[in-house]
Design a protein around this ligand. Sequence first.
Ligand SMILES: [Cu+2]
Ligand SMILES: [Zn+2]
Length: 194
Amino acid sequence: MKTRALLTAAVLCIAGPAFAQGKAPAAKEKTAAKKEEKAAEKTAAAAAGATAKAELKDQKGQPVGEVTLTETPHGVLIKGTLSNIPEGEHAIHIHEAGKCEAPFQTAGGHLNPNKKKHGVLAAEGKHEGDLPNLHVGADGKVQFDAFAHDLKLKDVQDQDGAAVVVHAGVDDYKSDPAGNAGDRIACGVVQVQK
Ligand SMILES: [Cu+2]
Ligand SMILES: [Zn+2]
């Protein structure tokens, strides 16, 4: 009996402080995690509210569809619905100037705030405005989602704006400065949504 009582006391002595030590930091961590969660929610909410839109037109001024840009915590989500585009594979990028005068050289080069080289296959790439190629069917229509990692809408909304440009050819994802994608067949100035 005596031994058991002693043993119990010893266990309590050892376990007691361990419990106390273990509990306090855990509670603190919980509070900190909750605070972080709240801050992240706030940032995400602010970011999620930011959207921009580009209405694209071809070189004759005919509308060919719409592209929306939505800020996320990791970059910009780009969704598009286009029509009257020639069947086949086409490069699409965000260009550095919000000016679409046919043949759309006015849109400048690719949006590249961090002074990288062109293309996801380039070691020194990629431009923030580089996007995956579009695959257009025989009906001339394409609906797509793309993601511009690390792009911020504030880079799109700089002084001279930005434009979404579709090319006649395919982006090879490596030729600097523009992926060897050929003529610019459609262009839309990115407009901030309020
Ligand atoms: Cu382009
Ligand atoms: Zn590029």
